[in-house]
Design a binder for this molecule. Structure first.
Ligand code: DGY
Length: 320
């Protein structure tokens, strides 16, 4: 039987590529370069399926140009904001994602961002590396302790729920705002806020875990930042577009915010030079899911979705 032809847009983990090669006629991107929209269309022209990451943009124009053979976009990501889902549905293209398997890893990075920001991790690391660490005193590099503080979660989905568990481990009180209140067994004592404003007013640490929908673009901006308690900390491991970065820079520069811990930016790769110039920001290069275990699991989950699709079953993670 002829194997379906599968374009793999990036280099994936070796075990993932090996399994793909067993079951599919695989077209690799040997140089692992980001495919432009034109390259993406050309690569997919004679393919039945594509396994893609958030680095490939499937806007409406790309989707309309994909050609009739392409039947499924299996994303190696939980976020699907890089795919125009309505255009895919209109074109009869199935779209899947990889939920659950990256929740632990991403929540770990949220904790790293929180602690890096609260305890001045970037400043401390830079000081020791520079060879300029020649001083110690009781008031040296004093940060903010998170124990006993309020951890505010915007978006209590899978990642938000694991972040809540981790924050409880640090002795924090968990608060959240979500479109729907969670049942008690998932809420686990977290305090539900029925408005964003109410959540912001109590968040000593605000951690973003909501999807990058058009309605959430810039949801953290000058107006909403002003609602946080004085010297709060902002953590973002979701998507850069959730934050108005100019407003964040201002709030950090003025001292209204104590610090920020950011794994995602409006411009990726690269980040935001104005944020990078500030001492009270802990920065990472979008590595929320970047562990060996998780990247293997994401690849296998994307392949599970493809296998189901080509076996005539409903893929478990279909989003369009
Ligand atoms: C995701 O899965 O959405 C992560 O951000 C990695 O792409």
């Amino acid at each position: 039987m002829t194997k379906p032809r599968l374009v793999m847009t990036r280099r994936f983990r070796p075990a993932v590529e090996q399994r793909a090669a067993r079951d599919y006629d695989v077209v690799l991107n040997p140089d692992d370069r980001v495919l432009s929209p034109q390259d993406l269309v050309a690569a997919c022209m004679n393919a039945d399926a594509v396994m893609a990451c958030h680095s490939e943009l499937f806007g409406a124009d790309v989707i309309r140009a994909l050609g009739p053979r392409l039947k499924i976009i299996a994303n190696h990501s939980v976020g699907t904001d890089h795919v125009d889902l309505a255009a895919a549905a209109a074109a009869g293209i199935t779209v899947t994602n990889t939920p659950d398997v990256l929740s632990d890893a991403t929540a770990e990075i949220a904790m790293l961002c929180m602690l890096g920001a609260a305890r001045r991790g970037a400043e401390g690391d830079a000081l020791v590396r520079s060879g300029q660490w020649n001083f110690w005193s009781p008031d040296f590099m004093v940060g903010r302790q998170v124990t006993g503080k309020r951890f505010g979660i915007l978006g209590m989905g899978r990642v938000g729920q694991v972040a809540a568990e981790r924050a409880r481990g640090f002795g924090m009180q968990v608060h959240y705002h979500n479109r729907r209140r969670l049942p008690a067994h998932l809420e686990k004592g977290a305090v539900f806020h029925d408005s964003l404003e109410s959540l912001l007013s109590v968040s000593d640490v605000l951690s973003l875990h909501c999807p990058a929908t058009p309605g959430n673009d810039g949801i953290i901006n000058a107006r909403t930042l002003a609602m946080l308690p004085d010297r709060a900390i902002v953590v973002n491991t979701a998507r850069g577009m959730l934050i108005d970065e100019d407003a964040l820079v201002q709030a950090l520069q003025s001292g209204r915010l104590f610090a920020a811990g950011l794994d995602v930016f409006r411009t990726e790769p690269g980040g935001n030079p104005a944020l990078a110039a500030l001492p009270n920001v802990f920065l990472l290069p979008h590595i929320g899911s970047a562990t060996e275990e998780t990247r293997d699991a994401m690849g296998f989950r994307a392949l599970d979705n493809l296998d189901a699709f080509f076996a005539g079953r409903e893929p478990s993670d279909r989003v369009a």
